[in-house]
Design a protein around this ligand. Sequence first.
Ligand SMILES: [Cu+2]
Length: 375
Amino acid sequence: MRTSNLRSKRLLGLILFGVFAALLSACTTSNPQSTFDTQGPVARDMAVLFFVILWVGTAVFILVGSVIIYSVFRYRRRANQGDPVQVHGNTKLEIIWTVVPALILIIVAVPTINSVFFAANSPRPAIQGGLEVDVIGHQWWFEFRYENPDNAQEQIVFANELHIPVGEPVNFRLDSVDVIHSFWVPKLAGKVDMVPNNDNSMWMQADVAGEFFGQCAEFCGVSHANMKFKVIAESRADFDAWLARQAASAPESADPLAVEGKELFRSAGCQGCHATKSIMNLGDDGKRLRGRVGPNLAHVSSRGYVVGLLKSSDDGTYVVSDALVQQNLKTWLMDPDAVKPANIMARRAAAYTNPDKALSEGQVDALVAYLMTLK
Ligand SMILES: [Cu+2]
C-alpha cells in the first residue's frame, strides 16, 4: 500500500515536471520561429501588446482567485450550522463588478487599437516611394515579385526566398492562386491571410541583417507544414546588387552535360510549368499576370534552400554552397514526393506520373547540371 502510494506520487511529480519543462521550453528565444525574439517594429509592437494583456490578465486572475479561495475558507459551513442568511442581489456589488471590468477592457483597448493601426499602415507606402513586393501563395510554395527598377512595366520574379533591405519598411501585397494561405515571418510581423483575388496588404521591417524563417500559417492542404520560406535582410547596397542580378539572365553554359540538361528540360516538359526568365511583363493593361504552375527557376541555384526545405548552406553561415545545392536539386528531382509529400510537381509532371517517362539517374544529373547554370 505504502509503496504504491509513493509510486503514484513519483509518477505525478514526473508528469508535472514534464509539463513544466514543455511549457518553459516553448518560451526560448533561440527558436527560429519565436515571436518573442522580435527583430522589427511590427513584431515588437505586437509582443509589447501581448505582455500588456498577459499581465493585466494575470492581475485579474490572481485577484479573483484570491477572493474565491478566501471566501471558500472564511465562509465555509461549520458543524451544527444551519442555512446562512439568504441574499438576493446587491446593487452596489453588481455595479462595481460591471464597471471595473469595463474600465479594464477600455484600458486594454487603447494599446490594442493603436497596434491594429500601426500594423495596418506602413510608414512608407509604395506611393511614397516605399519598396513593395507582391507575394503569391501556391500549394506549397511562395512566389515573390519585385518591380524592375529599370522598367516599371516589368516585375522580377523569385521563389521561396524573400530579400529585403535592412532598416526600411517593406510593403507587401498578398494574393493566392489556389486556396487561402497566410503570410507569416514570426520575428518580423504578425500573419495576414493570402486570399485569392482579395488584395490584402501588410508591411514589416527588419532592424538587423540576417536570415529569418517564414511559414504559411493557414492550413492549406497536405504539405501545409512544409510551406516555408526564408527572409534575407541585407544592406541596401547588397539588396540592390541582388535585385540587379535577378533581373539579368544567367549566362549560357557550353558544358555538354548542361546542354543535354537544357534540351531535356524542354523535352521532359519541365518548361510547361517553370519559367527560366525572371522578368515578367505586366501586359498592356498593367494587370498582374498569374504565375506559372511551378517556381521561377531563372536563378534557382542561387537560393539557400531547395523548395524552401533542403538547406544549401553550411551550418552557421548563409553562404550558399554549390555542392549542397547540387545534392539538394538531385534529391528533389529523384523523388519530389519524399521531400514534400503530395506536391503538385510529383502529382502532375509526366516525368513522375507516367512510368514510361520516368527520369533515369543520368537524366537527373543532366538536368541538375543545367539547373546549376541558372545562378
Ligand atoms: Cu499555405
